[in-house]
Design a protein around this ligand. Sequence first.
Ligand code: 8YV
Length: 322
Amino acid sequence: MAARKKVLVARRIFSDIVGRLAEHFDVEEPLDDTPLPQAELIRRLQGKAGLFATGTELIDATLLAACPELRAVCLMTVGYNNVDLAACSARDVRVTNAPEVLTETTADFGFGLMLAAARRITEAEHYLRAGRWGQWSIDLLAGADVHGATLGILGMGRIGQAIAKRGALGFGMQVIYHNRSRLAPELETPLGAQWVSKDELLRGADHLILVVPYSAQAHHLIGASELALMKPTATLTNIARGGVVDDAALAEALAAGRLAAAGLDVFEGEPALNPALLALSNVVLTPHIASASLPTRRAMCNLAVDNLIALLGGGEPLTGLN
Ligand code: 8YV
């Protein structure tokens, strides 16, 4: 009998899902949630044919050169900006991600973060918990309306479309979006979604949500000059990736009242945060949890496992990237 292939699981995941992998492979998994330093990741990958990866392991040419037996990198995330796809293809390493399974859950969260920012929900809770609620007043924690407002979406992939659906059909919002390519009319029409230029999007949105994948071109897509185009009453929600927004410029705009509020699930250099953001009351901050419902996190893991089983068994993956 041929020796079983070896797989490394980069981060702690659900034990029963590791059990699924262990039916097929010799599996090594970490004992706790501490991310593996790069040298340790490379050390543990020696002799491994497969890697179960998340959004935090850096899979670059140096790692690939040091791990010649690696054949499959299967991500449980939809974003894959931590993987050098060209370098993987050059070394015949197959890569998969986890689209679709997290779309609705992530859209729910993005919409919720936008609502929380617009209606000042977390700010109101902090106010109350701090014992500051002495009396009612006419504009106490009064925010912006979401229903009937203009929803701007930057990046109109699956998650962007799922957010548009919530806004248009659930909240009667006008949807404007910017994306490299325009949606087909059969997708645009039911949502009344209108493609606009990036500047028109920034100027027109009452609530702007960012759902673009991160790449070098997307770095600081929203910086000081973009923020200056937005309405001072608008909100900005980022569930894409840290680095798409210049966090320092955003903190400045929020502090100066040039933007009403923001909802941020992702940050430049996370899990570290720009301290200027922490000092503001008009920003809702969450620790990169947009896809974190239990059923969805399980579905993401299961898809990565299905891809490893398919690829290392000599078959085609379900959601291949190269
Ligand atoms: C992950 C995500 O939870 O799928 C993605 O691209 O951003 C999230 O769903 C995150 O990347 C974990 O590392």
